[in-house]
Ligand binder design. Structure first.
Ligand code: NAD
Length: 434
């Protein structure tokens, strides 16, 4: 039976020395992490190729560069974020001033998924470090090669009583969750998010839950269709659709459907070639269970493009399913693969009603040149975050806190959002003696 009581105890003892609160310690640690990532770059890219067949270019931009940018941004801003903030004091409290002190929670637990196995483990870890916490990191068991490199990289550079990687399956997560942490940051599916929150409740540990869901992508008749098709193809089929904020399904206004689908087909071919099964760089599905779940959707609606599969190498071609209805199996849960269902609509209120009947999405994308259309959707649908006339990009900005709402999660991170997430705000009122 796995037991992590001792590990947490050691981290708590180290936290109590106060070392992690020192700005120099945090800066040095971030620099160490940055150097370690650069040093292990080749090994990491090879691991991502093994685990998910990510190309070097895709692996570098979506897993390595993004965390290096996060470190750089944190190093530039840490000093300002850490400073106590003076705020106003109401006039009925005379002779007083008020200050908010950000302080680290203590020992944080980070649980990561498999789809961006490096980025989604390291980015929250950076937040924990920037805010001055110790951390235990549990990467996914479904991308074991990357998890191994990650564990090695951390072990080589940080003492275990500051940062530890614990590899393992569900049992490992369960054993870790028995311990009392001061903060839990979980990225993964909505059902497991509920398990994590229940475990956290036993210790009253605060949580951030970065979950998933079905993210709609709306293509209105006044959209620039060629540009929309290009950006949707890129966002949907990156990592073979295994992206939490990938457009899950398309809602397209009836009068432009044919033209949009034709543009989308062209865009997919420009990105991946005419015969995608011959493209050595198209990512694979993570495992057989996911492959079988995904291929079961291929008979929904009518096939517009794709549907080639090869089980021996877990390959599924980018596939567009036309004439889908809200009742089709592919519309039940998050797809998380290279299958794109298309539903047509006549007027916006129809789709606004359908989306708002369902769990709040993690992301939503609007393709329209009209600010009225954009505002109508933004004003009536609740979702984590998203883009207008683009896909995925909101996730890459350190100025936009990233996270879900409702069943797609709670809390957010990236940039100052990460520092704030892993910090408690201690409010102090200082008053002069009478
Ligand atoms: P998952 O929920 O199955 O697993 C995530 C982590 O939780 C893994 O480390 C796993 O070992 C652990 N885990 C699994 N079952 C557990 C249990 N019963 N108790 C405790 N821990 C458990 O998710 P996944 O399949 O790795 O990732 C895919 C999901 O993650 C999708 O739903 C996707 O949308 C979501 N996701 C969200 C974001 C985001 O930023 N919001 C990012 C990536 C993925």
């Amino acid at each position: 039976m796995e037991n992590y009581e001792n590990l947490v105890k050691q981290q708590r003892a180290f936290f109590r020395t106060g070392k992690t609160k020192d700005i120099k310690f945090r800066v040095d640690s971030l620099n160490t992490l940055q150097n370690a990532i650069n040093k292990h770059e080749k090994e990491l890219l090879a691991a991502l190729r093994t685990d998910l067949n990510k190309s070097e270019a895709e692996g570098y931009s979506t897993e390595i560069k993004i965390v290096l940018e996060e470190i750089k941004f944190s190093l530039e801003n840490l000093d300002a974020w850490m400073k106590p903030k003076e705020v106003d004091t109401p006039t009925f409290i005379t002779g007083a001033s008020s200050v908010i002190y950000p302080e680290p929670y203590g020992v944080a637990l980070v649980i990561a998924p498999w789809n961006y196995p490096f980025q989604l483990a390291i980015a929250p870890l950076i937040g924990a470090m920037v805010a001055g916490n110790c951390a235990v990191l549990k990467p996914s068991e479904f991308t074991p090669t990357t998890s191994k490199v990650l564990a090695k990289l951390v072990k080589e550079n940080f003492p275990e009583n500051y940062i530890a990687v614990v590899e393992g399956e569900v049992e490992t997560s369960t054993a870790l969750l028995k311990e009392k942490f001061d903060y839990i940051f979980f990225t993964g599916s909505t059902p497991v998010g509920k398990v994590v929150m229940e475990a956290a409740a036993k210790h009253l540990t605060p949580v951030t839950l970065e979950l998933g869901g079905k993210s709609p992508c709306i293509v209105h008749s006044d959209a620039e269709l060629k540009s929309a098709a290009k950006r949707i193809a890129r966002g949907k089929f990156l990592n073979a659709g295994q992206t939490c904020v990938a457009p899950d399904y398309i809602l397209v206004q009836r009068q432009v459907k044919d033209q949009f689908l034709s543009e989308l087909k062209d865009a997919i071919h420009v990105l991946y070639g005419e015969d995608i099964s011959q493209n050595p760089d198209f990512p694979r599905i993570v495992n057989e269970k996911q492959f079988n779940r995904l291929t079961s959707f291929l008979n929904d609606g009518t096939l517009y493009l794709g549907s080639k599969t090869e089980s021996s190498r877990l390959f599924i071609e980018p596939t567009i399913l036309d004439q889908i209805t809200w009742a089709d199996p592919v519309m039940r849960d998050e797809i998380f693969g290279p299958i794109l269902p298309v539903i047509v609509y006549d007027e916006l209120p129809e789709i606004i009603e359908e989306i708002t009947k369902r769990p709040k999405p993690l992301a939503l994308y609007i393709f329209s040149e009209s600010t009225e259309v954009q505002d109508q959707i933004l004003g009536s649908v609740s979702f984590g975050g998203g883009c207008i006339n683009e896909t995925l990009a909101h996730l890459t900005s350190p100025f936009l806190p990233f996270g879900g709402v409702g069943e797609s999660g709670m809390g957010s991170y990236h940039g100052q959002g990460s520092f704030d997430t892993f910090s408690h705000r201690k409010s102090i009122l200082k008053r002069k003696a009478e």
